[in-house]
Design a protein around this ligand. Sequence first.
Ligand SMILES: Cc1ncc(COP(=O)(O)O)c(C=O)c1O
Length: 422
Amino acid sequence: MKFQATSAVPTNRIENAAAPADTVPLATTDRDYAFYRDALAEIPLPAAYVDLDLLDANFATFLRQNQGKQIRVASKSIRCAAMLRYLLAKHACIQGLMCFSGREALYLAQQGFDDLLIAYPLVDQTLIGALADQVDRGTRIVLMVDSAAHIDCIDQALQGRSTRLPLCLDLDMSTPLPGLHFGVLRSPLNAVDKALALWARIKQSDRVSLTGLMGYEAQIAGVQDKIPGRLLQNQLVRILKKWSGPQVVKRRARVVEALTQAGATLSLVNGGGTGSVRQTTSEACVTEVTVGSGFYGSHLFDYYHHFDLFPAAGFALQVVRIPKPGVYTCAGGGYIASGSPGPEKLPLPYLPHDAALSPLEAAGEVQTPVHYRGSLALGDPVFFRHSKAGELCERFTHLHWIRNGRIIQKVTTYRGDQQCYF
Ligand SMILES: Cc1ncc(COP(=O)(O)O)c(C=O)c1O
């Protein structure tokens, strides 16, 4: 039986954590139950970890896919300032952060981060004013807009000040079909004339300027197409992706060209996500691609036919009761991913191999039964992988960084820093 011990691992001390960005570590295939059990042996459970060697390997995968273009890190999927710092320091191609909240951007700016693209529109005038204050202090912060109303709102928030805020247009990249909106329901800005109208509106104001265009092709970057046992669905998704891809390319290129001809200077043209790095960066007009979840390699990204990632992040729960032979109930575990509900949004037992959730209970609020034919004892860990990305650091106050099978750092997550956005 193993009971909790007190951790002696230093918190938030991140020097010496780095490995060369383009080096694929040797020991990426020896991850078994004993590897993580031994690495986390002294840590009170539940605990979250990042296997830095595997994260580096995922990083190297994106460096092979990005065709020399910049990579912007999606903070919503990382939610740990120390990890953002680690990623930003890894390679010259890493370019700034894609933030998910205005308050988060303020927090990150105060922590010394720069080049912050807030990817979702803000309508809170006080917050816009606070961001303008931060821009006045020298931080590059870009706000997202998709309509004249957004620009009016920012304009109004800046009345009486000399600050000029840089804006980015959010171009809708969905490709609707009869009965199916293939893509996300976000921006109404989906055509050249609408983009030009917004550019004309921006030019009317000396409080804003146009600096970029973002288009997130969620239907390509965020949809799995190699799910085991779903042959037909996979085929259909691949066909839809193939059909949607050229439309994405055409729409983005046309809008960039039209804006440029109309006199706009776009310093950034952002696209994509973890699942579309190669495709998005092959577009001539794209200057940068966004990656977040892919660094952790959460399990939703196991099922893409054109790339493989390593399971770099996870969490360990402790077996606290054995209701019957072959069932081990762990404390904690119900850390569900966002999006349309489905079994794929659940965390999954990872190690020991062949451990599985109980279909009737799945991952519970405080207890998670795991079916496993082998033998575990009270106090033993069971290792899980989360589904998407952001949910891990909303549940754990710390990440334990493992290098070469040993914990080398314990860093705080956003939650550990008492930063809670949404
Ligand atoms: C605007 C935007 N860009 C990129 C991404 C991709 O992020 P990730 O690489 O974490 O999947 C997302 C995810 O939702 C997004 O909303």
